[in-house]
Structures are given as structure tokens and as C-alpha cells.
Design a protein around this ligand. Structure first.
Ligand code: HSE
Length: 425
């Protein structure tokens, strides 16, 4: 065994992730020491809420003053787990300027303000590691940066929000409704402090910006990502999609199309036989396609304290075990690429709407679709009379044309409800 070598960490934030990072470091201390010779300990916990001081960690570790971390020369790594983009930015910047390497799980910070921080870290010869920012325990950042360095990636599909996948899985299995499953996801520590970020797609959008930046080696920010959440997906949508042989998932899609970048998050119908259809509950998956690899999918627990803490501790050990001047550190976004507009993307669609149940209705609708070059793959009618509802699945089509057709369909007097639309993967 190598000689014991002390590494001291300053922990910012003691919520779901922070408290689990502390616990994992304590639990795994002897195994890490045995394996690596590193004596890893948390030296300070910066937290405003002291209610767990002395209960979940010794009271003397707690402080509400970040300066105590910076003033301790024994601390070489700062772990930022407070979330948000303001204080987190200030603390990370101060830590880097104070000569510390940084580990963060903060996807919003990186997707909104990452460029400046990575640039600063590179100037100062420091590291920012962020494995826990995407995919919980799945080592997706490490695999993409190292294992996929020669993969020439052009497509990343992700199920990267555990909360929404947990809700959609419950709807598919008929195990609960939207509100009660969201509440359960919050109790299990999957959801963000404000779950709007989960159900509204913002959490997944930040994660897809990070994945796209790595995959395409260009800086993709939150502002580049178009996103929708699952708030408008109903139990009926999920069950009707099931009748057609599809599972509804919140899909992140990052694609390099003719040298231009398109990154989006939206609900999608995934064919039951597709690899991504089998990802259930709070599990996440990242599905990669590259010119040299065909396809690779990584999957595992994507949310919650213990899985995410595992990724944080692995980042700490990677910093300790690597040269800070190495090529894997910090930013590899060296390319300037244009954006590929959403409207020009091609997708197949599922749409459903209530209609008058009489002769000639189908012909009017089909003619509008035909005029916009939208080809229908299958169509069924459920119910009769006042309850008649049409469900249509299209072939892949240019999105601008599809949405123009939908507006015209919605305006027909025979159409009695606003068409709901979900893309088909
Ligand atoms: N709220 C996130 C999720 C946690 O549900 O996936 C992991 O970032």
C-alpha cells in the first residue's frame, strides 16, 4: 500500500447530494485508502441550515462562511452542491482563484455560465469536474470524453431526467397519476428543489447542453436548447401510444446535421423495441451514435442522493489521480459550429384530436396533410358520435410543414379539440 496522503475537501451544500457525499466519503474512507493510499476527508461543510449539524456530520465541520474553506491551506478540492447559478458561480470562481480544483453537480451553472469558468480554470491550471451533473451514477462524462474520443459522435439521445421518467413509467404501468407520482419522486430525493425544472424540461435541457458540448466539441449553452416538458402529456396520451406499440419518454436529442448543431428536449413516442424504451423509473440512459461506433448506450440510476454522490466522489479521486495539465481536464469545446433550426428538422409525429363523426371529415384532414407534404403512416378512430377522436401517426416530415398543417386542421369546424402532438423517435 502506498503511503497515506491526506486530501481534504470543502463541501458547499448539505442537502440531498451533499449529505450523501459526506456519508459516502466516510463509509468508503478505508477502502479508498487501501486502494489508492489517499486519506480522503471532508474538512468543512458550508451550509446555512445547521439543522443536521452534529446529527448527520460532526457539528464542528459546519460553517456558513465560505472564507473558512479558502483560508484552510489543507483544502485542495471544493465540491459545489448548492445549485443555482449566482452564488455557485461566485464560490466556484473564488475556489479556482484560490488555487483549488472544483467538483460540481450543478448542470444549470455549467450550461448557463460554464464557458467563463472553464476558461478561468484553464488559465489557472485548475480542474473542474462535473460527472454528477448528468446521469447520476452513470459515468457518462468520463466515457464520452475518454472512451469516445475517436468515435466521431453525431447523435446523442438521452433520458436524462429521473423525475419525469419515474412519472411517465408510472403512467404507462397504470401505477398512479401525475401529481401523486411527482410527490413520490420528491420524497425519494429525485426532484430538484423546484420540480418545475424537472417537469418543464429545463433540467434535461441543461444536461443535454453539457452532453452536446462534449460530443461535438463546441460550446452549447442553455440558450441553444429548445425544450418542452411533460406537463401536457396526459394518461390518455400514454395509454393510446401504448395501443400503437410505443412508450412515451422525455427525450433529449442532440444532433450534428450537416455540420450544424441541433439540441432539443421534448416528449417522444419511442417504439417498444428500442433500447431507450426499456429505461424505467428514475433510471437514466444516454444513447450515443458515432461514425466509428455504431451505437452505445449507458444506463443506470440517474437521480437521488447515493448514486449522485458516487459520481462526485469518483470526480474527487480523478482529480487526485490525474495531472491537472492533462488534456482531459476542463474544456474541449474548440469548434465553432452553426445551429440547425428546429423547423427544418425532420420528425414523425403522433397527433390526436376530437372530431365530428360524419362523412367527409377524414378527407378534409387528409387533404390538409397532403398539401403540406405530410404523409400519414397510420390512423385510427376511437369512440363514436360526440366522443369520436382521431389518432394519427405520420411518416418523418419537415417539422415546419407538420405544424403548419396542424394549425389548419385545428381551424376546421369539424375538429373539436386542439390537436395534441408528440414526436415519434
Ligand atoms: N432532478 C434530477 C432528475 C436529479 O430528476 O433527474 C438529477 O440531476
Amino acid at each position: 500500500m502506498a503511503e497515506a496522503n491526506a486530501v481534504r475537501v470543502g463541501l458547499l451544500g448539505f442537502g440531498t447530494i451533499g449529505s450523501n457525499v459526506y456519508r459516502v466519503i466516510e463509509q468508503e474512507h478505508d477502502a479508498i485508502l487501501d486502494l489508492t493510499g489517499i486519506d480522503l476527508r471532508v474538512a468543512h461543510i458550508v451550509e446555512k441550515d445547521f439543522s443536521r449539524a452534529g446529527v448527520d456530520a460532526p457539528a464542528e465541520l459546519f460553517t456558513d462562511d465560505f472564507k473558512r474553506v479558502l483560508d484552510d491551506p489543507a483544502v485542495s478540492i471544493v465540491v459545489e452542491l448548492i445549485g443555482g447559478t449566482d452564488w455557485a458561480f461566485t464560490f466556484v470562481e473564488a475556489a479556482l482563484r484560490g488555487g483549488r480544483d472544483v467538483v460540481t453537480a450543478n448542470k444549470q451553472l455549467l450550461a448557463n455560465r460554464g464557458a467563463g469558468l472553464f476558461e478561468l480554470a484553464a488559465q489557472l491550471g485548475r480542474q473542474i469536474r462535473f460527472e454528477a451533473s448528468v446521469g447520476g451514477a452513470i459515468p457518462v462524462i468520463k466515457v464520452m470524453r475518454e472512451g469516445m474520443i475517436a468515435a466521431d459522435l453525431h447523435t446523442v439521445y438521452g433520458i436524462v431526467n429521473g423525475t419525469t421518467n419515474y412519472i411517465l413509467t408510472a403512467l404507462y404501468r397504470g401505477e398512479g397519476d401525475y401529481a401523486e407520482t411527482l410527490k413520490k419522486a420528491q420524497e425519494l430525493g429525485y426532484a430538484e428543489a423546484d420540480p418545475t425544472a424537472d417537469v418543464g424540461g429545463g433540467d434535461a435541457a441543461a444536461k443535454m447542453a453539457i452532453l452536446a458540448s462534449i460530443a461535438f466539441r463546441t460550446r452549447v449553452t442553455m440558450a441553444d436548447v429548445t425544450y418542452e416538458g411533460i406537463q401536457d402529456v396526459t394518461l390518455d396520451d400514454v395509454q393510446y401510444a401504448k395501443d400503437f406499440g410505443f412508450v412515451v419518454k422525455l427525450i433529449g436529442a442532440a444532433r450534428l446535421v450537416d455540420g450544424r448543431v441541433n439540441v432539443r428536449v421534448h416528449p417522444a413516442l419511442v417504439p417498444e423495441g428500442h433500447l431507450l424504451a426499456s429505461i424505467n423509473g428514475s433510471y437514466n440512459a444516454v444513447y450515443l451514435r458515432g461514425h466509428t461506433i455504431d451505437e452505445i448506450m449507458l444506463t443506470g440510476p440517474g437521480a437521488g442522493g447515493p448514486p449522485t454522490a458516487t459520481a462526485v466522489v469518483s470526480d474527487i479521486m480523478n482529480i487526485v489521480g490525474t495531472d491537472s495539465a492533462g488534456f482531459l481536464q476542463n474544456c474541449s469545446c474548440r469548434r465553432d459550429l452553426d445551429r440547425f433550426p428546429d423547423g427544418e428538422m425532420r420528425s414523425a409525429f403522433f397527433t390526436r384530436f376530437k372530431v365530428e363523426d360524419r362523412a367527409g371529415v377524414l378527407a378534409q384532414i387528409a387533404s390538409i396533410f397532403g398539401d403540406h407534404d405530410v404523409s400519414i403512416e397510420s390512423m385510427i378512430q376511437k369512440g363514436q358520435g360526440d366522443e369520436a377522436e382521431l389518432m394519427v401517426i405520420t411518416h418523418p416530415t419537415v417539422e415546419r410543414g407538420f405544424f403548419a398543417a396542424i394549425e389548419k386542421v385545428a381551424a376546421l369546424s369539424c375538429v373539436k379539440s386542439r390537436p395534441a402532438t408528440i414526436r415519434v423517435l
